[in-house]
Design a protein. Structure first.
Length: 235
């Protein structure tokens, strides 16, 4: 490119920038100058040209369609959450009426598998049971279990964690066939001097994603911690 052409190109770019800045700072320019607005033509993606007004209408229609789509998505999510909250409430009432730990855990496992479409559900309590027959339920792994360190951060933070869990966590919770679990959510359980984990696993890698909204599950963790408190040995 010759020096003169470069100068002309630079001058054109500067002029375009000035015009763009002016229009941004004077949004009512075309309102005051409707004749210019009527003469403007913008290339159409299918060929030919359309007026600026037609182009604006097209953009507004597209934005409106996108907004309506997002609104419908939010309504659908809200409806699902409302139904889920109702089921969680019913589950909490059912767990409160359970007579012993076995009933508590079996009821919860069946309910979560059904309502969350989970493939595996398990509870592990790093605590000692407050009843004589400690073999009555395998959920109690003992206060001194070294595996508690695998979940220490989750329990202390008291926030559910979703996504793909670490291999050691997966093996401890779901056993040797835990490799089939592609996504999961771990919900902390806690009390004075003890902690635990409620784990919900799925064979679907997309079922439980990192950062997903799991506030209802966090509430379930609080409720379950309170319900099983009488069955845990006090320090």
């Amino acid at each position: 490119m010759s020096l003169k052409k470069k100068e002309n190109h630079t001058s054109e770019c500067s002029t375009e920038n000035l015009v763009a800045d002016y229009l941004k700072n004077n949004l009512d320019f075309f309102v005051k100058n409707p004749a210019i607005l009527a003469e403007l033509k913008i290339p159409h993606e299918h060929g030919g040209a359309i007026s600026l007004v037609e182009k604006q209408l097209t953009v507004l229609r597209e934005q409106n369609q996108e907004t309506n789509k997002k609104i419908h998505e939010l309504i659908e999510i809200a409806t699902q959450n409302e139904e889920l909250a109702r089921r969680m409430h019913q589950l909490a009432l059912t767990l409160i009426d359970a007579d012993d730990p076995k009933d508590i855990f079996s009821t919860m496992y069946d309910n979560l598998k059904k309502n969350f479409h989970a493939d595996r559900v398990i509870v592990r309590l790093f605590a000692n049971p407050a009843f004589i027959d400690s073999s009555a339920t395998g959920e109690f792994v003992g206060k001194e279990s070294i595996e508690e360190s695998l979940f220490k951060h989750i329990i202390e933070k008291r926030e559910p964690l979703s996504g793909k869990m670490k291999h050691q966590q997966q093996v401890f919770l779901f056993g040797d066939d835990g490799d089939d679990i592609a996504s999961s959510v771990m919900i902390p359980l806690h009390g004075v001097g003890w902690g635990g984990i409620l784990a919900i696993g799925s064979f679907d890698a997309e079922r439980f994603q990192p950062g997903m909204g799991i506030e209802l599950l966090a509430n379930l963790g609080e409720i379950l911690s309170f319900i099983i408190k009488p069955w845990i040995e006090e320090l």
